[in-house]
Design a protein around this ligand. Structure first.
Ligand SMILES: [Zn+2]
Length: 179
């Protein structure tokens, strides 16, 4: 083999290796922080359950079509801005990884679909969030969150990359600012 090709291959292998080990989150902190993530999500689900609205017939049908088992349990909570976690380190990391920014339009917490008030009638956004409801139902909250955090760790909040791991694609479900 030509030396240049060997050098190029070595660089490529090095690049791929660095990519495969790239980490967006300090995963060593996960055992300590996970309970705070879970309590943030549980709180949002509770808030949506208490103050959110039920699905209209069109939304109900949409939820059914993406596989949601109990669309009657889904609540949509309209908010001026997605509520941030109380725990400062969790909040800091959620902002750093791109999960919570001023552009964040939606976030799903079990059966609670939290949507920024100017996006509350965006059916593509709701379809994206309903896919997450189905995932929460199927995996359970803790397993879903662990898998989701793993995806964020590997790919950040870059939706085109997350799509490889079965995350609803931005191109289909409207925008990179939906979680
Ligand atoms: Zn999402």
């Amino acid at each position: 083999m030509m030396p240049e090709i060997v050098t190029t291959l070595a660089l490529l292998v090095g690049f791929l290796y660095s990519q495969s080990t790239m980490s967006f989150l300090p995963m060593n902190e996960l055992p300590e922080l996970f309970p705070h993530v879970a309590s943030w999500i549980t709180g949002l689900d509770k808030q949506a359950n208490e103050s959110g609205r039920t699905l209209n017939p069109l939304e109900y049908d949409l939820a059914r079509r993406v596989g949601v088992d109990r669309p009657e349990d889904v609540r949509i909570l309209s908010v001026p801005q997605i509520p941030k976690p109380d725990h400062p380190r969790v909040r800091d990391l959620a902002e750093k990884v791109g999960l919570l920014t001023p552009d964040t339009r939606g976030l799903t917490a079990v059966h609670g679909v939290i949507v920024r008030s100017d996006c509350v009638n965006d059916l593509r956004l709701l379809a994206h969030e309903f896919v997450h409801v189905e995932q929460y139902e199927r995996l359970g909250m803790e397993s879903f969150l662990l898998e989701y955090i793993q995806q964020l760790n590997e790919h950040g909040a870059n939706t085109s990359l997350r799509a490889f791991l079965g995350h609803p694609s931005a191109s289909i479900f409207g925008g990179s600012s939906a979680f």
